[in-house]
Write a protein that binds this ligand. Structure first.
Ligand SMILES: NC(=O)c1ccc[n+]([C@@H]2O[C@H](COP(=O)([O-])OP(=O)(O)OC[C@H]3O[C@@H](n4cnc5c(N)ncnc54)[C@H](OP(=O)(O)O)[C@@H]3O)[C@@H](O)[C@H]2O)c1
Length: 273
């Protein structure tokens, strides 16, 4: 899956001057991996946090710790199989060794799954891409990633406003609003800046040129310590709390009473819900 739309990519190229190479290798090299191992593999790009030298790393990631039947199309429960993450990781390592992936990583891995993988990995995952925003701050996973030198990359950093199947309301959080008003920034900018100051990269998505420009304006200023500390007061999302900020991406599609490896959301996330 390649998510970057041409228009947005073009804007990013102009805005950052970054050399973004479209993954022409995708069709040739990554698709066979998907087919052979029936795992959902995400190709993503991100500008390496902290580096200003316009380098773009290409990361091939295991999208979810799940496995689908060979040749399966779409997310149909009947196609779920128990995953064999060690063997998939060996294939990822081969990809890395071939030079076709400049880094390899995972996505939606809990502390437990990441720890299990690190036990068997010869090339440790460079990144774990997970949901992360002020209402789902991932302190346990963040600490674990830091201790193992795995970069945490935050998806849905704005809480997916406007996404109809997601009920989050992260940008309307009163603390975020207060900080934005005090700093004269938008709530989206503050949410993204919070992520950067926490030390992870942020992956906002917009199809709107004005908002893309807005989302890029998160450098050259910072949230001062006193306001930054307020973020720790934000009520954290939970799968079992349907009031404010339910964890947005729960992975319920990968849970089934018969098929696949996970009988409950708690099993999928190893209790880290
Ligand atoms: N690895 C995974 O399993 C996984 C899971 C979920 C998402 N992701 C990835 O993470 C990225 C972002 O996730 P996401 O789209 O769920 O969440 P998001 O970036 O938090 O939110 C995107 C939504 O916010 C709106 N938006 C963007 N900038 C805004 C701004 N400045 N002010 C107000 N609204 C704004 C967008 O609308 P407009 O387009 O109209 O601006 C869009 O509806 C995507 O690339 C996605 O593929 C990965």
């Amino acid at each position: 899956m390649f998510f970057i739309k041409r228009k947005m990519l073009s804007y990013c190229e102009r805005a950052t001057g970054a050399t973004l190479m479209i993954q022409k290798m995708f069709q040739e090299h990554w698709k066979p991996l998907w087919q052979s191992f029936s795992l959902i593999t995400l190709i993503s790009t991100f500008k390496q946090a902290g580096r200003l030298n316009r380098t773009i790393l290409y990361v091939s990631q295991i999208h979810w710790p799940v496995k689908m039947k060979k040749g399966a199309v779409g997310f149909v429960s009947e196609n779920l199989l128990p995953p064999d993450i060690p063997s998939t990781w060996r294939a990822m390592e081969a990809l890395y060794a071939s030079g076709k992936a400049r880094a390899i990583g995972v996505s939606n891995f809990s502390v437990k799954k990441l720890g299990d993988l690190l036990e068997v990995a010869r090339v440790p995952p460079a990144v774990n891409q997970v949901e992360c925003h002020p209402a789902w701050q991932q302190p346990k996973l963040r600490a674990f990633c830091q201790s193992k030198n795995v970069h945490l990359s935050g998806y849905s950093p704005l809480g997916s406003p406007g996404t109809t199947w997601i009920k989050g309301d992260v940008l309307n959080n009163p603390i975020l609003t207060e900080v934005a008003e005090k700093l004269g920034k938008t709530r989206a900018q503050v949410a993204l800046r919070w992520g950067l100051q926490m030390g992870h990269s942020v992956l906002p998505k917009s199809t709107n040129e004005t908002r893309i420009k807005e989302n890029i304006q998160v450098h050259g200023w910072s949230i001062p310590d006193d306001l930054f500390a307020k973020f720790s007061e934000i009520e954290q999302a939970s799968l079992i709390s349907f009031s404010f900020g339910v964890r947005l991406v729960s992975g319920t599609g990968f849970v089934h009473e018969t098929y696949g490896a996970y009988r409950s959301i708690e099993e999928l996330w190893d209790g880290e819900v």
